[in-house]
Design a protein around this ligand. Structure first.
Ligand code: MLT
Length: 249
């Protein structure tokens, strides 16, 4: 069954969960791995993120959309284009807690955003998927529901009414930029001068990376790029003719 949880409170046991926080945590994770970070260590709390800081690790994230004091970087995906270290430690208000929550209920946890939409859909194997919207402070977020609908619409199989609702949202926008721009989270980013992040995250299928939770260490979810048996996913996706989107500069 293709199902959607509009907020993390709706997470139910699943074979595969796809965690979605379009603005901006899941976009940042995909961009960081595509940019060259080997792993992203996702934590729910500032204290755990600070504990994870160490040589070769870059500390990034947000509270109230901006970098917490003392952090190396905020949560702008464009800042993760080229790695400043081997690993990224990331803590965000909704996205990283949603990831940790999904890890308690799903056998496999993937990360989805518009940037990796095509690669993600190509990777999902079978119709038993829970699309988890991170939402905002426990409430649904338009941009997450939009992407859940886009993913659900691209998958074959039976679907729940929740998936149908998400698909109805998705088809009501002509393009991703329109859905993202209409959201409250985009407005919050615009208010702190980060409108360019909305534009960045609205680009579709420009990264052929699929982030997957590989393990849990202490209170952190370790996320790495999925590699196929025949080599990195990006080669496999290219072979399928699915990686023809423009590269990210
Ligand atoms: C979150 O996890 O709530 C978001 O990533 C927020 C943001 O990036 O500003």
């Amino acid at each position: 069954m293709i199902d959607v949880a509009f907020t993390p409170a709706g997470i139910v046991p699943a074979r595969v969960a796809v965690v979605i926080d379009v603005l901006r945590a899941s976009s940042s994770i995909a961009q960081a791995l595509a940019g060259g970070y080997r792993r992203v260590l996702c934590s729910a709390s500032l204290a755990e993120a600070a504990r994870l800081r160490g040589p070769g690790r870059v500390l990034a994230g947000e509270r109230g959309c901006v970098a917490p004091p003392g952090f190396d970087l905020g949560n702008s995906p464009s800042a993760f284009r080229s790695p400043r270290g081997d690993e990224l430690v990331l803590t965000t208000t909704n996205g990283t807690p949603a990831l940790l929550e999904a890890a308690t209920k799903a056998d496999e946890v993937l990360i989805g955003c518009l940037l990796n939409l095509r690669a993600l859909v190509a990777h999902i194997d079978g119709p038993d998927v829970l699309l988890v919207c991170a939402g905002t402070h426990g409430r649904p977020a338009l941009e997450d529901v939009y992407l859940a609908g886009r993913i659900a619409g691209a998958l074959d199989g039976d679907r729940t009414d929740a998936a149908r609702v998400a698909e109805a949202v998705a088809v009501s926008y002509r393009e991703p930029r329109e859905a993202l721009a209409a959201s409250a989270d985009a407005e919050a980013l615009r208010l702190v001068g980060l409108a360019s992040d909305v534009e960045w995250c609205a680009r579709e299928s420009v990264l052929d990376v699929v982030p997957r939770l590989s393990t849990l260490e202490h209170e952190a979810a370790i996320v790495e790029e999925v590699h196929s048996p025949g080599g990195p996913l990006r080669s496999r996706v290219s072979d399928m003719g699915l990686a023809d989107a423009p590269a990210v500069s």
